[in-house]
Ligand binder design. Structure first.
Ligand code: 5GP
Ligand code: ZN
Length: 116
């Protein structure tokens, strides 16, 4: 059961379409609508969690699974050796715009650090 009016809950339950690249019982991964790199995938838990700031000890397994899935997708798509960037924007200064926890997986170009 998703949070009311949450766009990523609706993408996770299929009521809003997305270009899916992977899914399992606990998460979905789909292409970002407004890609910031040649590959830009969002990985979101099916459970609604507002942000990393709201994650709790009970979310330890899903948090680990989100990151390991990012690495799995990177290997499957063949960009692990060149490298990639994983980002979790959190709250206002972090640049978070959708308040359903998600991991950005960006690849296909070099990234500078620190980001802007
Ligand atoms: P945030 O800024 O919260 O870290 O990232 C939200 C991301 O969700 C942005 O990169 C934005 O392009 C993406 N996004 C927002 N709405 C949609 C949508 O309806 N479909 C998809 N595929 N991506 C979305
Ligand atoms: Zn949600």
């Amino acid at each position: 059961m998703g949070a009311k009016d949450c766009i990523f809950c609706k993408i996770a339950d299929g009521s809003i379409p997305s270009s899916r690249v992977f899914e399992d019982s606990t998460l979905v991964a789909f292409n970002d609508l407004n890609p910031q790199a040649p590959t830009h995938i969002l990985i979101v838990p099916r459970e609604h969690i507002d942000s990393l700031d709201k994650a709790a000890e009970s979310h330890t397994a899903i948090l680990g699974h989100l990151l390991l899935t990012a690495a799995d997708i990177a290997r499957a798509k063949g960009f692990s050796n060149n490298g990639y960037r994983v980002v979790v924007n959190t709250n206002g200064d972090g640049g978070q715009t959708v308040f359903h926890l998600h991991v950005h997986l960006l690849a296909g170009r070099p990234f500078i650090f620190p980001p802007g």
